[in-house]
Write a protein that binds this ligand. Structure first.
Ligand code: GAP
Length: 456
């Protein structure tokens, strides 16, 4: 696997990801997605929407707003409890997440379930040093709420305070009644949503792994109490299959169940799918069985009835929820890490190669005239025909070998070369990215060929 520094350079050079606000010296931990990045992001979202919503078991979509009534965050527990344990060093004035400091000191510890005092005692007893000042003069740990606060309207007072959502999930819960009424779905059913979330993380970093602004793809699956663990296992296997079907190497993945004492207050089972990043295994995708916590909380605070009447058994209950939740950027990061390599071709030759599923590849094909003067017209015709339905790219600069390598590096699965023979029999050379094999194909067959290849 390539290093993180290599990936950051690669992403910048190729046009996947740029440093945010770069011309002003940047804004820490913000990233802009360039022409290739935006295509890859869109393809990831489409693949998720197709598998989890369109083809999911009885699932519909939703797009709720980022700004929600503040009562929502009281009910969900975010105002009271959505905080990280923050520890500050007196010498350097640097702040850290206490649990992360402990894990960096000893990865076998499980500080998730500890109290603030237990964490502080561990840091003191083990003489954990501040990585910046090298001292051990720590202030007591305090809770730091991670929600971004702003004001709605012209008056900046407490009444106009609103929060940027730290997760998309609550938008689904507060629409539960609308969703049941308008879709007439029977339980079990799910609601999927893709959208931006914001968290004022204490320690963002590792490129796009942890940022303060990110995009989530969350599915809330409503089921009958008592069936949730069955659905939990169903969704765990579904998530794993999604990743491996899209080419993620199984050895880079592992499922890590949370210990009982480390479970969030609302959960009776949680498992993270972890990926082996350059810094080790770390969270990719969370799966939580959230019981009836959220709907019950919203029922209590809003006084709206959130129960569901089972039409078959006539039972009334508040549904349980199983939630697979993932960040778009984390998926984007692992598809790049999983696929990027310097392939040795023998005799000292090598190429940069991004092996990525054709469904995710930013460009599905590159159209290349062998000799610009003679073949550009026909190549442009093919380019126009294909871009009706696919993201494709046209390239006529430099020799054909260099153009192939450029496409290999950005994951384009097919190169279509227009040459002398094309002018005679309307066939093109089609080159495969991974094997570098070439075949001849009629121009009339191109569309169908690509459609089949990019299917997921
Ligand atoms: N509704 C449940 C929820 O939000 P979470 O584990 O806090 O659960 C779900 O977040 C997923 O969102 C994570 O597994 C991760 O993929 C992504 N995510 C969370 N915080 C993130 C951050 N600061 N930067 C990038 N992605 C993040």
């Amino acid at each position: 696997m390539v290093t993180l520094d290599y990936l950051v350079q690669y992403a910048k050079q190729t046009g996947f990801i740029f440093q945010g606000s770069e011309i002003y010296g940047g804004l820490a931990n913000t990233w802009d997605y360039g022409p290739l990045g935006v295509l890859l992001k869109n393809n990831i979202k489409q693949a998720w929407f197709k598998k989890f919503v369109r083809q999911g078991p009885n699932v519909v979509g939703l797009d709720s707003s980022i700004l929600l009534n503040t009562e929502v965050w009281k009910a969900s527990g975010h105002i009271g409890g959505f905080s990280d344990p923050l520890i500050e060093n007196k010498t350097s004035n640097q702040r850290y997440r206490a649990d992360k400091l402990i894990l960096e000191h000893d990865p076998t510890q499980k500080p998730d379930g500890w109290t603030l005092e237990q964490m502080y005692q561990y840091i003191v007893d083990n003489k954990i040093k501040d990585p910046v000042s090298g001292t051990t003069d720590w202030l007591p740990i305090r809770k730091f709420n991670m929600m971004f606060k702003t004001f709605q309207g012209v008056v900046e007072d407490t009444a106009s305070e609103v929060y940027l959502r730290p997760e998309t999930a609550q938008g689904i819960f507060i629409n539960f009644k609308n969703l049941v009424r308008t879709t007439r779905k029977k339980i079990p059913f799910g609601v999927g949503q893709i959208g931006k979330s914001f968290r004022n993380e204490i320690t963002p970093g590792n490129f796009i792994f942890r940022t303060r602004e990110f995009e989530q793809m969350e599915l809330e699956f409503f089921c009958k109490p008592g069936t949730e663990l069955e659905w939990f296992n169903f969704w765990l296997a579904y998530m794993q299959k999604f990743l491996t079907d899209l080419g993620i190497r199984p050895e880079y993945l592992r499922a890590e169940p949370h210990a009982k004492e480390a479970l969030s207050h609302y959960s009776n089972a949680t498992t993270d799918i972890e990926f082996q990043y350059p810094w080790g295994f770390d969270e990719l995708w969370g799966l939580a069985s959230r019981t009836s916590f959220d709907l019950t909380q919203h029922q209590n605070l809003s006084k709206e009835d959130m129960s569901y009447l089972d039409p078959e058994t006539n039972e009334r209950y508040i549904p349980y929820v199983v939630e697979p939740a993932v960040g778009v950027e984390r998926l984007l990061l692992i598809f790049l890490l999983n696929g990027l390599e310097e392939e040795q071709l023998g005799e000292g030759d090598s190429r940069q190669l991004l092996k990525i599923h054709p469904a995710l590849a930013p460009y599905k094909a590159a159209i290349l005239p062998l000799v610009k003067k003679e073949h550009a017209g026909k190549a442009n015709e093919i380019y126009d025909m294909l871009r009706e339905n696919f993201d494709v790219v046209y390239d006529e600069t430099q020799n054909i070998g260099k153009r192939y390598r450029r496409q290999d590096a950005i994951g384009t699965p097919f190169c279509i070369t227009v040459d002398h023979q094309t002018m005679e029999d309307n066939t093109v050379t089609l080159r495969f990215r991974d094997s570098m094999e070439q075949i001849r194909l009629s121009v009339d067959e191109l569309e169908n060929f690509i459609r089949k290849a990019v299917k997921f």
